[in-house]
Each structure stands twice: as C-alpha cells, then as structure tokens.
Design a protein around this ligand. Structure first.
Ligand code: GTP
Ligand code: MG
Length: 315
C-alpha cells in the first residue's frame, strides 16, 4: 500500500484506479492508504451534478470537464449510475456521453449505485480523496438526485448544479421532486427543446423566493450540453460560486463537517459489520429471530435480549 500511495501522489492514474477498486471492495488496507492520502486533500473544487434521468448530466459533466481542463485545471470525474451494469469502473453510457473528455485523457471513474455495503457516499468519498491525492483540483460528481445515498454524496460537494429540462413540467412538479432545494446553480438543459424557456421562468420564480439577501443568489441558466451552448456562462457561474464558498468561510466549515460525518459513517459500518459477524455465531440470536418471525417474541424485547447477550446494552 505504501508504494501505491506514493505512486498516486506522483500522479499515477493506474494506481489511483486500483486504490478506488480497493475502496469499493472495502479492503481494510485501502483505509490505511486513504488516511495517508488525507493530508494531501481538501483543496480541490468539488462540483456535483444532479437531476432527473436523461436530463443531460453526463453530457454536461463531459463539457464542463473539458472546459476546466482547457483552462488549465486538472480534472477528474466520478459518475454514479443507478441502472447500468458495472464493469471494471466503466459504464458504456458515461463513456459515450463524455467522449470529448475521454479524448483529453480526463480521468473518469464510474461507480454503481448498488453494491456498496457501507453506502455509496462513503465509497465516493474515498474515490474523491484518491483523485485529490492524484493532484486533481477540480472533481466533478454526476449522480441522479434521489434517495438517501445522494444526500451523503452531495455533502462532499462545494457546489451543486441541478439539471432540468423543459419537459419536466410545471413548478409544482419541480417542488415535488425536491431537487430545486439542493442546487446552488439551476440549469435548464436541452434549450433547443420546447418548454425550456418556461421551465427557466418557473425556476426563476422559485429561486427568487428562496434567495436570502447577502446569501448566494441561485442563478438559473439555459444550456445545450450536446452543442456546448451556454457552457461558458455556466463555468463562470460555477467559478463565482467557488469564490463565494471560499470567501464566506463555508469551504473550511464544510470540510470539517465532511470529516466528522465520514468518521461517523465509518464507525457505524464497522460496528455493524463486526456485530453481524458475532451474530452469525450467536445461537441466541438465531433462536430469538425465529421467535420474532413466528410471533412468539416481539421485535423490541428481542432486540433487548440480543443486546444483553452481546454485552452492548450500555454502549
Ligand atoms: N436535444 C438535446 N439533447 C441533449 C442535450 N444534452 C444532452 N442531450 C441528449 O440527451 C440524452 C441523455 O443525455 P445524458 O447526458 O446521458 O443524460 P443523463 O442525465 O446523464 O442521463 P442518466 O445518467 O441516464 O440519468 C443523450 O442522448 C444526449 O445526447 C441538449 O442540450 N439538447
Ligand atoms: Mg448520466
């Protein structure tokens, strides 16, 4: 692991990919490597792109990755996908949408939504630290905005872009989706399609209500990710938000919060995994579980009994 960490710090992408795989497998050596990488992290600008399926998140992520790389930044992309089949860190769909970024040799890593015992956010946090260790100073996360795992994931980001399209419907639907609240920048992509202007107006009406004086003003922007229209305005807004986050002291505050949350997530998972191992060998647990299933014992009393037997009631 020592040489792997050194190689990553020297910019070796193959080693980075290997460590991310170990993080995904929850290999305990990976945790040691991550703790060695941590002192080299915390400076990158982390961007999250979320929004409903098919809104153009991957295409937009690819465009932004290229735009930042062209301006001299060292960019890495982490895409999380709820549906695709995961094959060695690559999804066909992501590759297809981020062709230009791939051509520029931008590091792109895909992670499946399912299959992380400790949760996607924890695996993604590990991947983020690996990319930072690698020297990436702009990290772009793409993810569908739904579910608990997303919330954890977006805690990692300095800036969140929520992507909509015109056919997403009226304001009520936007509110229902709960996506508008988490965006620092709202984007209506597919500006070439009908309804885009109306969606922009609806979103502006929404964002003017949630804006508080002195705080960040949430911009609503129109883009065409397929042709690249509107990308420059979007990158300007992103850079403005990064400055805002840095100047308001929120970046430092968030960094501390992130570490605290990660620590709790790690502990929770380790506790549970170790407890599960103990429970597998615990005769009483099996008996109590079957009693609960057959209705002989209620789940509350059963929990107390098992905790007593493990000696963990007073933790
Ligand atoms: N007409 C039009 N099509 C676009 C635009 N941007 C992206 N697309 C197309 O929309 C489709 C979906 O784009 P993706 O980038 O894969 O969307 P996504 O949000 O990443 O999709 P998921 O990851 O599957 O949720 C693709 O066929 C893109 O080529 C745009 O501005 N206009
Ligand atoms: Mg996508």
């Amino acid at each position: 692991m020592t040489s792997l960490v050194e190689k990553i710090l020297n910019g070796d992408e193959k080693s980075a990919a290997r460590l991310i795989s170990k993080v995904e497998e929850e290999n305990s050596g990976a945790y040691t490597a991550l703790s060695r990488l941590l002192p080299h992290t915390g400076k990158a600008n982390v961007l999250g792109i979320t929004g409903p399926p098919g809104a153009g998140k991957s295409t937009l992520a690819g465009r932004l990755a290229v735009a930042f790389a062209d301006s001299g930044r060292n960019v890495g992309v982490i895409a999380t996908d709820p549906t695709s089949i995961h094959t060695r860190g690559a999804f066909l769909g992501d590759r297809l949408r981020m062709k230009n970024a791939e051509k520029k040799k931008i590091f792109i890593r895909s992670m499946a939504h399912r299959g992380y015992p400790g949760g996607l956010a924890k695996a993604a946090a590990g991947a983020m630290y690996v990319l930072e260790g690698l020297g990436k100073d702009v990290i772009i996360f793409e993810s569908v905005g739904a579910g608990q795992s997303e919330k954890g994931l977006f805690l990692l980001c300095d800036t969140i872009i929520t992507v909509f399209t015109g056919d997403y419907g009226d304001e009520i639907q936007l509110l229902k989706a709960g996506l508008t609240e988490i965006g620092d920048i709202l984007v209506v992509n597919k500006a070439d399609k009908p309804g885009a202007e109306e969606a922009k107006k609806d979103l502006e009406a929404f964002s003017s209500r949630v804006n508080t004086p002195g705080d960040w003003h949430v911009p609503v922007l129109l883009t065409r990710a397929d042709s690249g229209e509107g990308i420059e305005v979007l990158t300007d807004a992103i850079k403005r938000h990064w400055r805002f986050v840095a100047e308001s002291g929120k970046k430092e505050q968030k960094k501390k919060e992130k570490l605290g949350l990660l620590f709790i997530a790690l502990l929770k998972e380790e506790f549970w995994q170790r407890t599960q191992k103990r429970l597998k060998k615990n005769r009483l647990f099996k008996d109590v579980l079957s009693d609960v299933r057959s209705g002989k014992t209620d789940p509350y009393s059963a929990m107390q009994k098992v905790l007593d037997s493990l000696g963990t009631t007073n933790i």
